[in-house]
Design a protein around this ligand. Structure first.
Ligand code: FAD
Length: 427
């Protein structure tokens, strides 16, 4: 039976589903508005996804890139935080439906539920080629990467050992490039002194991309620089080759099989089910097509923001699925709600692109600020400072800065812990 969740009932009720970059920014920016806010998320933490790959490659600990949502909003008496999975919206009766049968009444709803991995119709590949989206994904990948080296140390068959020391990353966007560069450095710089039976510098890191270049969203010269930098780290870059099979043995591309025990999926995303909950129009990846004021068509009281929506930017291209875009949209929706409560009509949302950044290993990065393009060490410093600046709280900024300085000075990645299983079950 459906029950109503008890909550403060004073004022206009705003329910925000998802405390990622978009949802949290909206909650922050509604401070002082005459509303009571409920933030509901199926995870108890806000996650800084741009540094997930550093957890997966043992550079940072999980607690350095995620913070309890309840803690982040603890000083806001106008905000109630709920830990629950939303599985529908009853728009006719203005209720958000929770998986456990409860419902949340709203006057204004903000959907900020992000995206998940997509395997282009091959969901059966997921167990063999996990993606990187959640903290659990990152610790699973970290375990798989570290366990592969552990198993190789004990493996006597040369073919099986080679497969254990082959790491395949599918998809050469920023995440694939960052993972490939960091795994190569882990194998070349950090691990060699730790092992006796294997030379970890013989590890193969293979980055496979269906398109014609790495970092396709960047200008061509920066893509070419990124590719050359990866190759100088020993990464094998394979372009124009869609992967046609993933299995426990490895991958198939261009009709040939590559034996590899560790596959990582960085190739595609699919939006949350927000569009399906409302029967609203969506693009091919399931992203909700929102109106210029970020409301859902035919639902004046429902806004949607972040990766789960699609809207054209000023250049006519879709606004990219990046954290600053989600934050801008969250900020806009907060101001739109406030304007409406004052009886005003908010102007349409306008996206400002401030730049694209990607790291390639621990000393190089590429940055595209539009007119200004940077590469190499200077870009890496800007990349690092930008990420530290956007982390939440001084304590975390300091801790991440110290971890990175340690990696730079000593090539040591301190978070090389195999969790979620003993040597018997790990793999
Ligand atoms: C590995 C990786 C690296 C990235 N690197 C960068 C980068 O370098 N720079 C950059 O700008 N962007 C980067 N991004 C993209 C960036 O993280 C996203 O654009 C941003 O997180 C989008 O914010 P959002 O609020 O739309 O969604 P998210 O931040 O994904 O938040 C969605 C929230 O909704 C919650 N949720 C989802 N479904 C439900 C449900 N049914 N019920 C309750 N809660 C739900 C989730 O738990 C989550 O907390 C990266 C992403 C990944 C995965």
């Amino acid at each position: 039976m459906m029950t109503e969740q008890p909550r403060p009932t004073t004022g206009h009720r705003v329910v925000i589903v998802g405390a990622g970059f978009g949802g949290l920014e909206c909650a922050y920016r509604l401070k002082g508005a005459p509303v009571s806010i409920t933030v509901v998320d199926r995870r108890n933490h806000h996650l800084f996804q741009p540094l997930l790959y550093q957890v997966a490659t043992a550079s940072l600990a999980t607690s350095e890139i995620a913070w309890p949502i309840r803690y982040l909003l603890r000083d806001r008496r106008d905000v109630t935080t709920l830990f629950a999975n939303v599985n529908g919206v009853d728009a006719a009766n203005r209720r958000v439906l929770l998986e456990d049968g409860q419902a949340l009444a709203y006057d204004t709803l903000v959907l900020a539920t992000g995206v998940r991995h997509a395997y282009f119709g091959h969901d059966e590949w997921e167990p063999f080629a996990p993606g990187l989206k959640t903290l659990e994904d990152a610790t699973t990948l970290r375990r798989r990467i570290l366990v592969a080296f552990e198993r190789a140390e004990r493996e006597t068959d040369p073919q099986r050992r080679a497969a254990l020391l082959t790491f395949v990353i599918v998809g050469a966007g920023p995440t694939g490039v960052e993972l490939a560069g960091t795994i190569a450095e882990l194998a070349n710089d950090t691990l060699p002194p730790d092992f006796r039976n294997i030379d970890t510098r013989k590890t193969r890191v293979v980055l496979i991309e269906a398109g014609p270049r790495v970092l396709a969203g960047f200008p061509e010269d920066l893509s070419a620089y990124a590719q050359a930098s990866l190759q100088s780290l020993g990464v094998e870059v394979i372009l124009n080759q869609p992967v046609t099979e993933c299995s426990s043995d490895g991958v198939v591309y261009g009709g040939q099989r590559l034996m590899a025990r560790t596959l990582i999926w960085a190739a595609g995303v699919r939006a949350s089910r927000a569009a399906q909950w409302l029967g609203a129009p969506a693009d091919g990846a399931g992203r909700l097509k929102v109106m210029p004021d970020l409301t859902v068509p035919d639902h004046h009281d429902i806004f949607a923001v972040g990766d789960t929506v699609t809207i054209a930017g000023p250049d006519g291209k879709p606004v990219p699925g990046i954290a600053p875009a989600a934050k801008q949209e969250g900020r806009y929706v907060a101001s739109a709600i406030k304007a409406r409560l004052r009886g005003e009509t908010p102007p349409p949302f306008r996206y400002h692109h401030s730049g694209s950044l990607a790291q390639i290993g621990k000393r190089k990065a590429v940055i595209d600020f539009g007119r200004i393009k940077l590469r190499g060490t200077i870009a890496w410093w800007i990349w690092g400072i930008a990420h530290i600046y956007f982390l939440i709280g001084l304590r975390y900024r300091l801790s991440v800065a110290i971890s990175w300085l340690w990696i730079h000075a000593r090539d040591q990645r301190a978070a090389r812990l195999i969790t979620q299983g003993s040597s018997k079950v790990a793999g």
